[in-house]
Write a protein that binds this ligand. Structure first.
Ligand code: HEC
Length: 152
């Protein structure tokens, strides 16, 4: 299942990287980008206990602080390698960096998660491409394991 998920992610990222639409065309579609996340986190974001964390209350609470928002952006950009505790469960997996997503695409998928997938938790404030760009620049040297240590 993991390898199927990985190849799905790769296929989509090649499509995205080969398309100039993200830079010049209409705003990226967060729901469409989320299909690659759903391969692991499931379509509803419920996740798979012990393997893929839910995108729910923890996501919404990270999104309330600057440090948490940087962590969420960098998780998508750099990937994530725990140990990591989400909603009381420990995860020791590896999320691959989600290649081929520019700043607007990362913001769009985080906003889709924050508004449509993660339905519980504190109020959600939208990400902007500029905010994602700042996280990308400040985290340029971090590894996926470093990003996991940023989980507040
Ligand atoms: C190949 C499987 C896979 C894909 C695809 C994937 N993830 Fe993940 N994700 C994981 C795993 C595994 C973890 C937990 C990492 C760990 O165990 O250290 C995780 C963790 C996360 C977390 C941290 C949750 C928290 O509360 O701290 C977020 C946020 C997240 N993923 C968002 C996304 C988004 C958004 C996408 C799509 C752009 C995505 N993931 C695609 C496997 C995946």
């Amino acid at each position: 299942m993991l390898s199927a998920a990985l190849s799905l992610g790769l296929g989509l990222s090649l499509t995205a990287a080969g398309s100039p639409a993200f830079a010049a065309g209409p705003a990226p579609n967060g729901a469409q980008i989320y299909t690659r996340c759903a391969a692991c986190h499931t379509a509803t974001g419920r996740g798979v206990p012990g393997a893929f964390p839910p995108l729910g209350a923890d996501f919404r609470s990270q999104a309330t602080t600057p440090a948490g928002r940087r962590y969420l952006s960098l998780t998508v950009i750099k990937g994530l390698m725990g140990p990591l505790t989400v909603e009381g469960r420990t995860y020791r997996g590896m999320m691959p960096a989600q290649g081929g997503l520019d700043d607007a695409a990362v913001a769009a998928v985080l906003n889709h998660v924050g508004t449509v997938i993660a339905r519980v938790g504190p109020p959600f404030r939208a990400f902007t491409p500029a905010e994602v760009a700042a996280a990308r620049a400040s985290g340029a040297k971090l590894t996926a394991a470093d990003v996991a240590k940023l989980h507040p």
